[in-house]
Every structure is written in structure tokens, then in C-alpha cells.
Design a protein around this ligand. Structure first.
Ligand code: AMP
Ligand code: ZN
Length: 114
């Protein structure tokens, strides 16, 4: 586990989360400070800092992350109404947690991106 990484601790069950979906490689849980009626974070259990750390060996993991996004959308009721998937990297994005995560947002009409 990466030293002192919040989402590694959530993935390991050391910090509680409101789980929506879990498998061997991926965890999805509700954002603690939701900005939409549905706001779920999808993370790899292995530590990656952000989308910028993805390499060809992560191809399968990346597919699993997006498969989990689809499961989350179905289980939270936004598969038909629509949703947005966002991930941040670096200073200008405002990334706060340095462990790759996909925000899944839905349940209301979302404004223009950025
Ligand atoms: P980002 O700005 O992309 O790094 O997003 C980090 C997200 O993690 C924010 O939307 C926070 O509300 C969320 N967050 C921070 N701590 C927790 C936590 N303990 N459980 C769930 N979500 C969290
Ligand atoms: Zn981590």
C-alpha cells in the first residue's frame, strides 16, 4: 500500500466507505461530499496516482474500471437517464486525492463540462 494514501486505506477496508460495487481489482463507493444525486468514485485497488500513471500493462484494469462504471450506473439507476465520468490529474484539475479515481455523476441534468 502506498504510504498514507486515503483511497488505499478505503480499498483495504481500514477506512469505512459506502460501497456500491466491489470485485477483486476494483472498488466503487459514494463520494463523501456529493455534487450530484449520484456521485460515486470508482478506484483500482492497486495504487496508481492518476490517469497519468496508466501504462500498457494496465489495459485489463482499465477495462475493469469502466465495466465497474457500467455496474454502478445500473445499480444507482442512472444507466438510462445518463451520467458523466470524470477523472482529475494534477494541479489545474484540482485533484485532491492522489489515487486514480473515476467520478460517476448523475441523477440530475449536468451543466457543460468544466
Ligand atoms: P478529486 O478532487 O478528483 O481528487 O476528488 C476527490 C474526491 O474524494 C472528492 O470529491 C471528495 O469529496 C472525495 N472524498 C474525500 N475523502 C473521501 C472519503 N473518505 N470517502 C469518500 N469520498 C471521499
Ligand atoms: Zn493509493
Amino acid at each position: 500500500m502506498a504510504h498514507d494514501c486515503l483511497f488505499c486505506k478505503i480499498a483495504a477496508g481500514e477506512i469505512p466507505s459506502s460501497k456500491v460495487y466491489e470485485d477483486e481489482d476494483v472498488l466503487a463507493f459514494r463520494d463523501i461530499n456529493p455534487v450530484a444525486p449520484v456521485h460515486v468514485l470508482v478506484i483500482p485497488k492497486q495504487h496508481l496516482g492518476s490517469v497519468a500513471d496508466l501504462r500498457p500493462e494496465h489495459t485489463e484494469l482499465l477495462a475493469k474500471l469502466f465495466a465497474a462504471v457500467q455496474r454502478v450506473a445500473a445499480e444507482t439507476g442512472v444507466a438510462e437517464t445518463g451520467y458523466r465520468v470524470v477523472t482529475n490529474h494534477g494541479k489545474d484539475s484540482g485533484q485532491q486525492v492522489l489515487h486514480l479515481h473515476l467520478h460517476v455523476l448523475g441523477g440530475r441534468t449536468l451543466g457543460p463540462v468544466a
